[in-house]
Design a protein around this ligand. Structure first.
Ligand code: ZN
Length: 686
């Protein structure tokens, strides 16, 4: 089920000013942290935004006579803008606030803003007002904005009668509550396995050192990934791998079977109440995919495009495993990672640690800013005097490099290193949405890279460098897509199943030797990262793509199947067996109950396919760039203009067509998948 995003902005000058003077002295209506964030100040600031939102809605509802874009859509977007500011910055303080009370207050306020957003989503007066605005014929962006808002309202059930709306609310509450229970059961459902010291053979030394043997000489390993992933990847003992595989795939079983059923039943009832045949159709109605039947066709096509490579990978892997273990007939799912890891090491002779000395944090940041500046035709200028929430945050203003006046486009904050109590993930967060002529967009990266401490060069893994650029891509989409008329139509507001495509496209750029060698220098010797090392790294990185795509198809298909039929007809185990046989060469392990801990089923519902759809679009986008001129050819600017700048002012299917000149297809995906076979030939000189 979708809801109106809580993202956007506005400068409600008079209202905000009045409230502010009454409250805590001068407030900065765009930045909660200005003047020092404390729980009380944050609360006063968020309350001022919510009061401004309410004033906008009151103004909208109070209009008499003819409804227009100016008297209805404008205050509606202003209201969303206030909600976005409040939600974004409450979330920011929850993530990066410098004290536990401030972070707790942030969390509490996020819930408060989210509840205000739900009220707006269910406000019939606002829905009727928007529906009464004549659709402009000469302004496609505004037309799309109104149509999309009305669709979201209908998907929330706002046009239903009182009794039906009460039922919808109840069903939604039930889904939310049961999903929380599902997640908690997974989080609390840690299992353990016992291993003898003999069974730990093959595991890294530091792994073994982290565990202490009990009095009887056995070791206790948990299903948490720092414990379980190395066992599945490296443990030489097949018995230990099997024990761990089963334990990992039995987390929250059987507790979550009934919970999952209750989620699926409530979702199905919600879908039929809203006029959809299945929940899958409802969940895709406002997405690029559009419907469950479109998804079935898409999955079948991707299957065809990836099956051959996956077959070939398995044949090579089995032949390799047979050399070590004569008589082996097939590889069990419990052994899939182990043999893949052995094969990768033998075949590619690449150790991920060997590139770290070339990626010290400061050089990487400079390289990413430089690459992004060229690619997106912008300039980044440091703003050392900017007020931020922590002295370690660096601030840059973004200027347009296409016009002679170098117009300012927005601001970015880079909060890149761990601090006590700070959120542990890597993410990109909108702070201020953009509104043309009134408010410049601002965004932040919240990351936990090493470095940032005197004396520590902060050597990064290559995958972290790629993550940095990926998140930076979201930020640029927010800044470049935040130059339009509507706060709620920026880069982060595109369809949920498109939002990752631009950033996934950027990941492909960072395999280019020219780009990497422009900044990757050895932190001690200054030596540029050698071409041969990049080639090896890229070859190893391309291994296993057929299997990866087939695994994505497996998860996508399973997620679809439990949401596209009556819950009473679903047998979780039968479907699991069928789908495993269809998408995996590895033999099924009896007792696998992975659905009980597959949290994407509650989080993404039927829409797990997003990962593979965005990969298809990302590699198709990337294939349009001239490999010899990734940054300086004309394609980069065309990409900025057609995909990023429009933000969410048109359907993503049109953004894709505007750039590619057609819809996405699978040609680039096929080439991407099969690159590993080409790469192997090059690496071995065949
Ligand atoms: Zn992302």
């Amino acid at each position: 089920m979708t809801s109106l995003p809580i993202r956007s902005i506005r400068y409600a000058a008079c209202i905000a000013f009045a409230l502010v003077s009454a409250a805590a002295g001068a407030q900065d209506p765009l930045h909660a942290w200005t003047g020092g964030a404390s729980p009380a100040r944050l609360e006063a600031w968020v309350n001022a935004r919510l009061a401004a939102e309410k004033a906008d809605i009151d103004k909208l509802v109070a209009v008499h006579g003819e409804r227009t874009v100016a008297n209805t859509v404008r205050p509606y977007d202003d209201a969303l803008n206030e909600l976005a500011l409040a939600g974004n910055e409450a979330y920011l303080m929850y993530s990066v606030g410098d004290s536990a009370p401030l972070r707790d207050k942030g969390q509490e306020l996020v819930a408060k803003v989210s509840s205000a957003a739900t009220d707006l989503n269910l406000n019939q007066d606002v829905y009727r007002a928007l529906a009464a605005v004549p659709l402009p014929t000469n302004d496609p962006a505004t037309r799309h904005y109104i149509e999309r808002a009305l669709l979201e309202y209908r998907l929330a059930g706002v046009d239903k009668d009182e009794a039906t709306r009460a039922k919808i609310r109840k069903l939604q509450d039930k889904i939310t509550d049961a999903s929380l229970v599902f997640g908690r059961n997974v989080a609390d459902g840690k299992l353990t396995v016992k291993a003898t010291s003999n069974e730990l053979k093959g595991l890294p030394e530091d792994y073994i050192a982290r565990h202490k043997a009990a009095a009887d000489g056995t070791y206790t390993l948990t299903t948490d990934s720092p414990d379980s992933t190395p066992v599945l990847n490296f443990a030489a003992d097949p018995g230990l791998r099997m024990k761990m595989y089963l334990a990992y795939n039995q987390r929250a079983y059987p507790a979550n079977v009934a919970v999952l059923k209750s989620v699926l039943e409530a979702r199905q009832e919600l879908a039929t109440t809203l006029g959809y045949k299945t929940f899958a159709d409802l969940a895709m109605a406002d997405q690029m995919m559009g419907s469950a039947s479109n998804l079935r066709k898409f999955l079948a096509d991707v299957d065809q495009a990836s099956k051959g490579a996956s077959d070939k990978e398995y044949d090579l892997l089995l032949a390799f495993a047979k050399q070590q273990k004569p008589g082996l007939m097939n590889i069990s799912s419990a052994d899939a990672n182990y043999w893949s890891e052995q094969y990768r090491r033998a075949r590619y002779d690449f150790d991920a640690q060997s590139v770290r000395p070339y990626f010290p944090y400061d050089e990487v940041q400079a390289g990413i800013l430089h690459t992004a500046a060229k690619l997106f035709h912008v300039q980044f200028r440091p703003v050392p005097e900017a007020k931020t929430w922590d002295p370690s945050v660096s601030t840059f203003d973004v200027y347009d490099d296409t016009a002679s006046d170098h117009k300012k486009l927005g601001r970015i904050y880079l909060d890149m290193h761990p601090r006590d109590g700070k959120d542990k993930w890597f993410s990109s967060a909108p702070v201020v949405p953009g509104i043309r002529g009134r408010q410049l967009p601002e965004g932040a990266l919240i990351c936990n890279f090493s470095g940032g401490v005197p004396g520590d060069p902060g050597l990064m893994e290559y995958s972290e460098v790629v993550t940095f650029f990926h998140e930076f891509g979201h930020l640029m989409h927010h800044i470049l897509g935040g130059q339009g008329e509507w706060s709620n139509a920026g880069g982060f507001n595109v369809e949920g199943d498109f939002v990752e495509a631009p950033s996934q496209m950027l990941e492909e750029m960072f395999r280019d030797p020219g780009i990497l060698q422009s900044f990757a220098k050895h932190y001690k010797t200054g030596e540029t990262i050698p071409s041969a090392l990049i080639a090896k790294m890229n070859a190893a990185g391309a291994y296993g793509r057929g299997r990866w795509v087939q695994a994505q198809l497996f998860y996508s298909t399973y997620s679809l199947q439990v949401h596209d039929r009556a819950p009473g007809q679903i047998n979780f185990d039968d479907l699991l067996r069928q789908d495993s046989a269809r998408f995996s060469h590895f033999s099924f392990v009896d007792g696998n109950r992975m659905y009980a801990s597959f949290t994407h089923l509650t989080g993404y519902s039927s829409n797990y396919y997003t990962y593979v759809l965005d990969k298809v679009i990302a590699v198709d986008f990337f294939s349009q760039f001239d490999p010899a001129h990734l940054l300086d050819g004309p394609t980069a600017m065309r990409y900025r203009r057609t995909v990023l700048e429009p933000g969410a002012t048109k359907p993503a299917t049109e953004l894709v067509k505007d750039f590619l000149g057609r819809s996405q297809n699978l040609d680039a995906l096929k080439a991407w998948i099969n690159e590993e076979f080409k790469a192997t030939q090059t690496a071995t000189g065949q």
